[in-house]
Design a protein around this ligand. Structure first.
Ligand SMILES: [Zn+2]
Length: 128
């Protein structure tokens, strides 16, 4: 099972993530971490989903292409009123944009800025 621990992030990514959480907290937001480190096998299984396995496509990164495999990426979801906000339209999109800006201010690259086809709102990474 993929890790949700910040201890599994690279030191440079972890430092930025801690800054990100601090900025979110100051803005009254709580971020639930849903994934940090993922093995190549786990990435392969995710990539298969929606292609050769049931479900919807959730990643465009093949094994070896995701920074989750090197602890340089983290997925988060903001919570509002104790509920995870997964939606990406209307007020939910405004919240994601706020979260994205906070992550960027902490020095992370935000997947919410990627082209529509591969856009990934929960994803933040630091290539170093
Ligand atoms: Zn991710």
């Amino acid at each position: 099972m993929a890790s949700r621990s910040l201890l599994d992030l690279s030191p440079a990514t972890r430092a930025r993530m801690l800054d990100f959480q601090e900025r979110a907290g100051a803005a009254g937001l709580f971020l639930l971490v849903t994934c940090t480190l993922r093995t190549a096998q786990e990435q392969a299984a995710l990539y298969a989903q929606g292609r050769t396995a049931p479900g919807r496509v959730v990643t465009w990164a093949k094994p070896g292409q995701s920074l989750h495999e090197t602890g340089q990426a983290v997925d988060v979801v903001p919570m509002r009123g104790g509920v995870c906000v997964w939606g990406t339209t209307g007020a939910d999109l405004d919240l994601w944009r706020q979260v994205g800006a906070l992550g960027e201010a902490a020095g992370l690259e935000w997947g919410g800025r990627w082209p529509a086809k591969i856009r990934d709102y929960p994803h933040f990474q630091f290539k170093g």
